[in-house]
Design a protein around this ligand. Sequence first.
Ligand code: UDX
Length: 439
Amino acid sequence: MSAPRLSVIGTGYLGATHAICMAVLGYEVVAVDVDPAKIEKLAAGEVPFFEPGLPEQLAKALESGRLRFTTDIAEAAPADVHFVCVGTPQMPGSDACDLTYVDAAVTALAPHLDRRCLVVGKSTVPVGTAARLTALVQDLAPAGTDVELAWNPEFLREGFAVNDTLYPDRLVFGVASDWADERLRAAFAPILEQGTPVVRTDLATAELVKVAANSFLATKISYINAMAEVCEAVGADVKDLADSLALDDRIGGRFLKPGLGFGGGCLPKDIRAFAHRAEEIGVGQAVSFLREVDAINRRRRARTVDLVRGMLGGDLSGVRVAAWGAAFKPNSDDIRDAPALDVARTMHGLGAHVRIYDPAALENAKRAFPELRYGDSALDVARDADVVVLLTEWAEFREIDPDALAGVVAHRRIVDGRHVLDAAHWRAAGWEYRALGRS
Ligand code: UDX
């Protein structure tokens, strides 16, 4: 079977990375988006978001001549496999997942499908969506065209998007026929040749794998943060507790880092949408714990503010706060549901003079929250600060020398919201070091 031609609908985080990597792997790819500004940038070799290594891959893909960008969905028609990679955000005012963009993409694409082809969903969706889209695509495709739908969830992490796409842990193919399975295998041939495990399954299971994985990861983080709350009450140390649990390889240390908790465009909305969907289909009780996972996670933000307030005698008005970090995690400029900005905004609302620095997300933060104040470096925002609060664990914050910083601040107080600093080292340099769940 010859290499399939690919189309990628949606060039956000997931779609742009997928289209670029597939072209680098040797496929002819046409990438489509309704946003002309995004398409123009990508076509000119510019990645519209921060992702280490992706600009280099984009240059390679464009150089190869195999990758094209367009706003005209009709140009996707000649492809054999169409990947739907549009966003599925949380519905405003609800926990449900907003499927507007997925429905719009399939509705726009289907009438152009004039040959036997496979439409593959990659977006994170509530279980049952693929079955509904199967009917929709078959209904809207021209009469006589043989179109099938498959689901191939994507597990890439921001900051590691290129690596996760080229070297995934596993591929999940949710298919309704051997033909769809063969087409997907042909579309991922270079990755399969590396020995990447494939799970072939039905559509519903493929949809569920993604939300189940993200729910597990979120639960692990909230579990250790729940332990942090217990540690706080009894003066125990959650860092030592987590390190000890991590040494049991049945538990493992990944996603067991206590602190400010999870944010971003995936974990928070995925657990809410999953709980919501489960309730809709009558199995809400099975995943009701996800409501608690969410509640524990939200409490981290409030408790971090309380910790800072407690250090300053209970009142933040007029207090100068250096906020280190705005992105929801390091190596990203993504501020969606960022715990760091939530904490900074709450402190600002309590009357503190907060100044924020982040190595990559400053521009996004300024655009979203122009009422907050920003600085050019970690030391800049720390000038004359009464307290420094580390909110996102960028490597450069970890490397700051407490002695050098002491000459800049008004008072040596530091809150380590991510448990990444060496407490003994900072205390030895005369700092009052505090972290949630640590004595
Ligand atoms: C996540 C999933 O990891 C990925 O597989 C999926 O495709 C999309 O959602 P991402 O949102 O990029 O990826 O971020 P991730 O690295 O998972 O981190 C999520 C959040 O959890 C961040 O805010 C991070 O700071 C926090 N986190 C992570 C912790 O608080 N503790 C940990 O131990 C790990």
